[in-house]
Write a protein of this length. Structure first.
Length: 279
């Protein structure tokens, strides 16, 4: 069975602004009744992460960054500070680790995280430094990570830092358009991306957490996370192709098919959904 997730590793590259970053999302198709709360045990004792939980920085780090902002440093100086918290002279301070999505504070404490976790951390740090930055979804070849009986299909997000004029960071000079903090050093990913709002990132976070619980056989908790992901963004197709896996596990075949058909209708990354319909 196939599950959609997000992955990557850091790279800073120059970019130009593209219309794709600001393009309007496709309209949501007519929404059928996709969620079946009655088929799962309520997880009343489980506290799901909120937006503030996910985007909050470690208090000490936040205080440090905000203090630097109050010193009246220029945009270039603040950008250098941001990158200094990501890189050393010899490499990256934070390492990529798949399999578990965490909020900004936990990612900083762990000094590692998956693509989504590290992008959230970089975005939160940019906000603390009063730097304009946008998280974005980047198209690219699917990468499959098999764990047990589940195939995780990894997608990609990164951070775009726009700039109206040239910026000098060390020996690098970035032309107008800004630069991208990315986790996959692939030239085709430098300029392409669709800007994601925080709620869309939250949908991806909840979907990742749901997939983790699904892989560990915690179906009721997985369902609650899928449900919450759908509340955050009904346009995100992987929620529903993954939900179909959960329904299939419970022999809810009609519900699984409905979820797969909805995922395909969204015209998103629906390869997984199409494969599910053909099985």
């Amino acid at each position: 069975m196939l599950i959609n997730r997000w992955f990557g590793r850091f790279l800073v590259v120059g970019c130009v602004l593209l219309g794709a970053c600001a393009s309007a999302p496709d309209p949501v198709p007519q929404i059928p009744v996709l969620f079946r709360d009655g088929a799962f045990k309520p997880q009343t004792n489980a506290r799901l992460e909120t937006r503030d939980d996910v985007f909050a920085l470690d208090p000490a780090l936040e205080q440090q960054l905000q203090a630097l902002t109050l010193q009246g440093k220029s945009t270039e100086q603040r950008l250098k500070i941001l990158l200094a918290h990501i890189y050393t002279d010899t490499g990256i301070r934070l390492s990529y680790a798949s399999g578990h999505s965490t909020g900004a504070a936990q990612t900083w404490a762990n000094k590692q995280g998956d693509c989504l976790s590290l992008t959230i951390l970089a975005y939160a740090a940019a906000q603390a430094l009063d730097i304009t930055a946008h998280m974005q979804e980047v198209p690219g070849p699917a990468v499959v990570d098999r764990r047990g009986q589940i195939d995780f299909v990894n997608g990609h997000v990164n951070l775009h830092v726009p700039a109206r004029s040239k910026i000098s960071l060390g020996e690098r000079v970035f032309e107008s358009g800004g630069f991208i903090v990315d986790f996959q050093p692939h030239s085709a990913l430098r300029n392409l991306g669709r800007r994601l709002e925080e709620r869309e990132i939250m949908a991806r976070f909840y979907n990742n957490r749901a997939s983790e619980y699904l892989a560990h056989g915690q179906d009721d908790l997985a369902y609650r996370y899928f449900r919450t992901a759908g509340d955050a963004d009904m346009r995100y197709a992987p929620i529903f192709s993954n939900l179909a896996v959960l329904y299939g596990r419970k022999r809810m075949d009609a519900e699984a098919e409905a979820a797969l058909r909805y995922a395909v209708a969204l015209k998103g990354n629906s390869d997984v959904a199409l494969k599910g319909l053909h099985q």
